[in-house]
Each structure stands twice: as structure tokens, then as C-alpha cells.
Write a protein of this length. Structure first.
Ligand code: F3S
Length: 394
């Protein structure tokens, strides 16, 4: 990979050891993937925050770094609600390490908004055509597909390195040639709500790391697109998709391709329904909503469904702290039922989930990840079914 004289000086350590290490990571990545050069980024979103995932070695690595990030950078969810961790029954030792991890990131100038949906709280963090270095797979999918920005699925260290240098290697989804659709998915059903998570769960497994182009019967909401992309990134490794007449369009080169070159897949209602049937959830001891983190509109729908009801098992509603803080009346309305609005973390990256035997979710991504990453069973239902499974009427 070509590096400029200034970048070379950083690489040689003239601007300190931390920047040298950061540049070393970017150059190694660029060389492996045959990047032409580094490209400036608008923002970074950094995974590797939950102490459950990074452990002592990760904490030590982050703590050793010095300096400040040079672009807006925000964190992925941590392993606990940073304020209500005792209510989540997180032990003191884990909480201490988690707080030390957050402090280490804070010293580097990173915003302590631990969320997988940065675009819901900072609308300017990414725009069409912007190059980014984002880590969280659902956020990567949303940025590439719905916003029309350009990011690879970064690891935690490479996103942090990019935030410190302000650049990332120019390869993969930064290039037009890797943004051409590979599959055409015709959906012969009118989908809504968690159906999009089920659709993503199915299609991710079919297309793996392909670039699907969807033909849908109805225009999905931003939350439904968020859910679709998140599920495909988890059951497969889809980082970019298109929805005809909804999302930004593929690069011009695609127009020259014959549509017939795309691999065709057709999905009907029965296939979507089979996801619900295969993973029943009503026997779960806990329901968790908000994967990816709930938007304001999702919180409103959940509040409406909970009005006049009481929770008989555990119900977690995960969202970004900024959204919860900006709408205390909504949080209060949800919690009146006995549900908990949990911030800074989620059902997958927190060790708190491991106390249960089975969790019910309305998210295709959580359905794909919970068994492997939390070691518990997962059931799937619509938001309405999830709430019905854990509540009774006043
Ligand atoms: Fe976000 Fe956790 Fe799901 S990071 S996308 S809520 S697994």
C-alpha cells in the first residue's frame, strides 16, 4: 500500500508510540487486502467494548494507548448498563474492569455513547459517499446500505487505529467494484416488524458475504431496514444490500450488467413463518427487545403495547442512553409495567444474559447470536408476541 511522507513519519514513530502502533495496524491491513492507499474517514465506531469480549488482554492494550482520536468516534455497547449494573446483577469485579475499559476509551477522546445505532443519535456522523471505519456489523450494514456511506466491517483495534489516524485502508466496500449486487431476492409476502429480522435471518444464511438486492412488496421503515441488515450480518456476513426504489442505488457499473447475471432467490410467507415456528419463545424466562438498539419510534410502539400491562417475567428494552435521557416520560411509561429500559449494553454482549436458560427476542440478529455467544436458547416472535409472552393485563 502506498503511504505518503507524512504517513511514513507516523509509521516510523516520529509522532509517538501510540500513533506508530495505530499506523502499523492500518498498513498491515492495507497490505493484506491489497489496498491502494489510505483514505480519510468521517467517523469511527469502535467495537471491543464489553469486557466479556475483550478480557484483561484487551483492556491492557487499550489502556496503553495515548493521544486523542481525530475524528468523531463512538463506542459499541458495553457489558452492562453503566449506571444500573447492580440491577442487572453484574458482579463487582466485572463492573470494575468494564469501568476501567470505558475510562481508557474516554482518555482517548472517544464519546461514551455505547450503542450499535450511532446514526440514530448523531444524524451527521455519516452521509452518502462518506468513508467510515465502523465495526459493529449491523451499523456497518446500515451505513453502507441505507445511508449510502462506505465502510468495511472493521475489527475493534482497526477502527480504533483509524480513529487515531483519521484514515482507513482503501479496499473492500470503499470501492465501487465491491458494491455491485450479487443476488436478487424477490419477496412474495407483505412483511412487517420482526418479519424483516426473519427475512434477514434466512437470506444471510443463503447469500453469505454476497450483496443482495431486494424486491419487496412494500416500502420498509428505517427500523425494518435496520432489522433486516442486522440479521443478514449475523446469519451470514452481509455488509451491504439494496432495496429497489428505497435505498441508495448500486454503482453505475451495475447498470451495464445484465440483471440475469444475478443469482435469483425467491422468499414466500411460508418460509418467513417457518422461522417463528422453528424457534418458539413463549417458554423463555426473559424477553429482550432492542437488537439493534431501539429507536424512539420503537420505544413508542413498545410503550403502547405495554400500557395497562404488568410484566410477569423479565423484560429488557435496550436502547442508547441519549435516547432514554431525552425521553424520560417514555422510559417511565415502559417501566411502569415492570420492564427495564437498559442502556449502554445489550442482551448479546452482557454476561447478565447467561443467568437464564432461554431468551425470547424479536430480532433475527439476536436469534442468530444468542445461542453461540451467551450459551442459552433463543426463541423468536413479533414485538407483540414477545410482549404478550411476558405480561398480563392490570
Ligand atoms: Fe446491537 Fe447488541 Fe444487537 S450490539 S445489534 S443490540 S447484538
Amino acid at each position: 500500500m502506498y503511504i505518503s511522507q507524512d504517513e511514513e513519519r507516523i509509521y516510523q514513530g516520529e509522532r509517538g508510540e501510540s500513533l506508530r502502533r495505530a499506523m502499523e495496524i492500518l498498513v498491515a491491513l492495507g497490505d493484506i487486502f491489497d489496498a491502494e492507499k489510505l483514505v480519510s474517514i468521517k467517523s469511527a465506531q469502535i467495537a471491543g467494548v464489553s469486557f466479556k469480549n475483550i478480557g484483561d488482554a484487551g483492556l491492557e492494550w487499550i489502556s496503553d494507548l495515548e493521544g486523542k482520536v481525530v475524528v468523531p468516534a463512538i463506542l459499541n455497547p458495553a457489558g452492562m448498563d453503566l449506571l444500573r449494573w447492580k440491577e442487572m446483577k453484574i458482579n463487582e469485579s466485572f463492573a470494575g474492569k468494564q469501568k476501567a475499559t470505558i475510562d481508557a476509551y474516554r482518555r482517548l477522546g472517544i464519546e461514551i455513547d455505547c450503542t450499535c445505532t450511532p446514526y440514530q443519535i448523531y444524524p451527521d456522523i455519516a452521509g452518502p459517499g462518506d468513508h467510515l471505519a465502523w465495526s459493529e456489523s449491523s451499523a456497518v450494514s446500515y451505513a453502507n446500505s441505507v445511508i449510502g456511506a462506505r465502510t468495511n466491517r472493521e475489527g475493534g483495534p482497526s477502527a480504533l487505529a483509524a480513529a487515531l489516524i483519521g484514515k482507513t485502508p482503501y479496499f473492500g466496500y470503499h470501492l465501487d467494484r465491491n458494491r455491485i449486487p450479487t443476488h436478487c431476492i424477490r419477496v412474495k409476502a407483505d412483511l412487517k416488524d420482526s418479519d424483516f429480522g426473519a427475512l434477514g435471518f434466512l437470506v444471510g444464511g443463503m447469500v453469505k458475504d454476497g450483496v443482495p438486492l431486494f424486491r419487496l412488496q412494500r416500502r420498509p421503515t428505517p427500523d425494518e431496514l435496520k432489522s433486516l441488515g442486522a440479521a443478514m450480518a449475523a446469519s451470514g456476513s452481509v455488509a451491504l444490500y439494496y432495496v429497489e426504489e428505497v435505498t441508495p442505488t448500486p454503482p453505475a457499473a451495475f447498470g451495464k450488467m445484465e440483471n440475469s447475471k444475478l443469482e435469483k432467490i425467491s422468499i414466500d410467507r411460508k418460509q418467513v413463518d417457518e422461522v417463528y415456528e422453528k424457534y418458539p419463545g413463549t417458554d423463555a424466562e426473559i424477553v429482550a427487545l432492542g437488537c439493534p438498539h431501539c429507536s424512539l419510534s420503537e420505544l413508542n410502539s413498545i410503550a403502547e403495547l405495554l400500557d395497562g400491562k404488568k410484566v410477569k417475567k423479565q423484560l429488557w428494552v435496550c436502547t442508547a442512553r441519549k435516547i432514554a435521557n431525552a425521553h424520560p416520560e417514555l422510559v417511565e411509561r415502559i417501566e411502569r409495567s415492570g420492564a427495564k429500559v437498559i442502556c449502554d449494553t445489550c442482551m448479546v454482549v452482557s454476561p447478565a444474559s447467561e443467568r437464564y436458560r432461554k431468551m425470547m427476542v424479536n430480532s433475527g440478529k439476536a436469534l442468530a447470536y444468542i445461542p453461540g455467544l451467551c450459551g442459552i436458547k433463543a426463541g423468536f416472535g413479533s414485538t407483540k408476541e414477545c410482549i404478550k409472552a411476558v405480561t398480563w393485563s392490570d
